[in-house]
Ligand binder design. Structure first.
Ligand code: BV8
Length: 245
């Protein structure tokens, strides 16, 4: 069967599954924001290409050189600030309106799902638009350009990005909610993630163990592809809208 016929068949199957399901979940990664112009982490123009992960997204790196880490985050914030949701984000926000039990779980920190209108949203790696004081713990949304390094308006303590760095635990309430959602899901969409980062990647495995029908949408194969029930190769912004009525 030709690739296009196969994809058409899978599209129809996925539409059918989504139409019949009540409990639906989606796990998204940097790939869903690629068509909005936000670079992915491990792609050809990946964010990690220019920088070593260990040098930037870890508490040790921040401890060692907060100014360097803030230079990278301020650069990313400036890069993302004018980006808008693409049809992939908008399709998932529409899916939530069609299926109120839909739970969206994202590894992304760019805020584009929220901007697209998604509300049942778990940002399991935090948000690049939120900062947290390393002294008093106060959190606040900060969309303006920050000083480097920025200090807390309440106590003058050093602020950090309110994201989860490598070696840091994810917020248990968000992670527990994510595992509950994928354990209950009849259908799980795995969209635009390389599946390399844990524990996020294990959410797809949990869904599989719990009997969900899993559709992976990605422009290239991933370690999870052969374990998905179906794979639609291609950009999320083109594929996701085709899944909805
Ligand atoms: C934890 C927030 C334990 C920050 C991120 C050794 C030492 C320390 C830890 C570890 C270690 N070995 C393993 C670990 C665990 C570690 C880990 O998984 N490391 C990996 C790299 C091996 N995990 C952790 O450290 C986690 N914490 O384990 O804590 C613990 C427990 C108790 C107490 C203390 C500690 C924390 C992980 C979170 C890290 N933070 N982000 C920030 O963003 O600044 S992760 C970062 O990677 C982003 O969040 C990103 O989303 C995530 C995953 O990457 P992807 O989203 O998948 O992006 P990627 O570029 O890789 O892939 C893009 C995909 O899209 C590709 O497949 C591409 O083909 C596709 N694509 C591209 N365009 C499109 C597309 N698809 C569709 N359409 C398109 N148009």
């Amino acid at each position: 069967m030709k690739q296009t016929d196969m994809s058409r068949k899978i599209l129809e199957q996925a539409r059918e599954r989504l139409d019949q399901a009540v409990e639906i979940a989606a796990l998204t990664g940097a790939g869903i924001s690629a068509e909005s112009g936000v670079p992915t982490f491990r792609g050809a123009d990946g964010l990690w290409r220019q920088h070593r992960m260990e040098d930037l997204a870890t508490p040790e790196a921040f401890q060692r050189d907060p100014r360097l880490v803030w230079t990278w985050y301020n650069w990313r914030r400036a890069l993302i600030a004018d980006k808008t949701p693409n049809p992939g984000h908008l399709a998932l926000a529409r899916l939530e309106r069609l299926k109120p039990a839909f739970q969206l779980i994202t590894q992304n920190v760019d805020g584009l799902h929220q901007l697209a209108g998604s509300r049942n949203l778990l940002e399991i790696h935090g948000s690049i638009w939120r900062v947290r004081c390393t002294v008093c713990g106060q959190r606040r949304i900060e969309r303006n350009t920050l000083a480097n390094p920025p200090s807390c308006p309440a106590c003058q303590g050093l602020l950090r990005p309110d994201v989860v760095w490598f070696g840091e635990a994810l917020a248990t309430d968000r992670l527990d909610a994510a595992f509950r959602a994928v354990s209950q899901a009849e259908v799980l969409l795995v969209v635009g993630t390389s599946g390399l980062v844990q524990p996020a990647a294990s959410l797809a495995w949990q869904a599989k163990r719990s009997g969900a029908w899993i559709l992976e949408i990605n422009i290239e194969p991933t370690p999870f592809s052969e374990h998905a029930d179906a794979v639609l190769p291609g950009p999320a912004g083109r594929i996701l809208p085709q899944l909805l009525p």
